[in-house]
Write a protein that binds this ligand. Structure first.
Ligand code: MN
Length: 409
């Protein structure tokens, strides 16, 4: 699409994308969009009156977070996106006239956590991941628990420890049971891992007691981001029975700074994996509810070059987002704008598509090859994990940016 910034349709932040974020403009957190290599300052544009003709409360752009804008609703997101797309193609637009004031290079800009995340839920929706973990942690012959194909399994995480890309992560300490030991010990985790996930942002709240159907679910989803659910496998193994993940998971999760809207993902809608056995009626759905999103993970040792250790795809998910949301609310649990719901680790069938080091090193049995002969089983201090996500067809690319985190001791 011809635009006056001459951003290619195959750029991560093409005019077909227009993801939302928050960056630091001097001393002022400012709501913004990514376009090409630049940031478009929406706070400043609103203050200049550029959005006054739109049917939207422009005070939402003076907030330090996206929640108020998201609360304006799906019709408003769509109208605003169309307005910006048109303005970026029109040299008579007010954005063009004010372009020097409104555009800032992304390079060097400080991005902030763009949301108030009231609640965070993590699902476990990749059948390959659940099977791999079941084989390693439990019974290779019966890797999937009996409920797995009937319920989009999940747990409630901690929203407080979700951080934006670029935040250093301190190696967590806790209790573990060393191999062959009879009593636990305390200390830093020896099996620090990532989990390659995507998360969606709730865009429409519900009241306590309400249910969201799979048909209506997408009206409640604003957009998606890359999500690294950092995990301490040795702590997890000792603590997770009977109530599931706790301290092995809640010390940090890292998101990319950009929230890509569902409208931008529309060209990449695809079929889901066929579910067998048939699911209960409230989990049935019509139409394509999955998305073809390429995923990559790099591990970069301190002072060394990056090695890509995983390539996966969001389309491998067994349970889709509409089913996750329908299940989450089937008991009347209410959801709020800004809540984050992560997919669970996204593994594919191939060994290079496993979305965690636990699987890539098969529980510590294999080395993961990096560059220059270096290897890993789990993450060492000084290592940086970079996750990328992008959709691409012959004519259009839509990228999510990167989730980057470095482990410090
Ligand atoms: Mn997870």
């Amino acid at each position: 699409m011809k635009n006056w910034l001459n951003v290619s349709d195959l750029h991560d932040f093409s005019i077909h994308n227009l993801p939302y974020g928050v960056f630091m403009d001097g001393d002022t957190p400012s709501i913004c969009m990514a376009i090409g290599d630049d940031i478009l300052n929406l706070r400043k544009a609103a203050a200049l009156g550029i959005f006054d003709g739109l049917n939207i409360d422009t005070s939402v752009f003076q907030s330090e977070i996206l929640n108020d804008f998201i609360s304006t609703g799906k019709a408003s997101w769509s109208a605003f996106r169309a307005f910006i797309q048109n303005a970026l193609c029109d040299e008579n637009s007010a954005i063009y006239a004010n372009r020097e004031a409104l555009l800032t290079p992304q390079e060097g800009a400080k991005m902030l956590l763009p949301l108030h995340i009231g609640d965070y839920t993590d699902f476990y929706s990749s059948i390959e991941h659940a099977t791999n973990v079941g084989k390693m942690f439990r019974d290779p012959a019966n890797a999937l628990l009996p409920n797995w194909r009937h319920i989009p399994v999940g747990y409630h995480g901690r929203a407080s420890s979700i951080v934006v890309s670029g935040t250093d992560i301190k190696r967590p300490s806790g209790q573990t049971l060393p191999p062959d030991a009879t009593a636990p010990v305390y200390g830093p985790t020896k099996r620090l891992d990532f989990e390659l996930e995507m998360a969606f942002v709730v865009g429409k709240s519900t009241e306590l007691g309400d249910q969201v159907s799979t048909t209506d679910a997408e009206d409640h989803i604003f957009g998606m981001t890359v999500f690294n659910d950092w995990s301490a496998r040795d702590i997890q193994k000792w603590e997770y029975v009977p109530l599931g993940p706790f301290l092995a998971k809640n010390f940090a999760s890292t998101i990319s700074p950009w929230i890509v809207t569902m409208e931008a993902l529309e060209p990449f809608r695809c079929e889901s994996v066929k579910q067998d056995p048939e699911v209960l009626p409230y989990l049935k759905y019509e139409g394509d509810k999955n998305f073809d999103i390429n995923l990559e993970v790099d591990l970069t040792p301190e002072g060394k070059s990056a090695a890509t250790i995983c390539k996966s795809n969001f389309k491998y998910m067994y349970w889709n987002m509409a089913q996750q949301l329908a299940h989450h609310t089937v008991n009347g649990c209410n959801i709020n704008v800004g809540d984050m719901m992560a997919s669970g680790t996204i593994s594919g069938k191939d060994e290079n598509s496993y979305g965690s080091m636990l699987e890539l090193c098969w529980g510590g049995k294999k080395d993961i090859a990096l560059n220059d002969g270096e290897t890993r089983k789990f993450i060492l201090d000084g290592d940086t994990i970079t996750m990328r996500a992008f959709c691409e067809n012959d004519s259009v690319r839509v990228g999510f940016g990167e989730s980057i985190g470095k482990i410090v001791g």
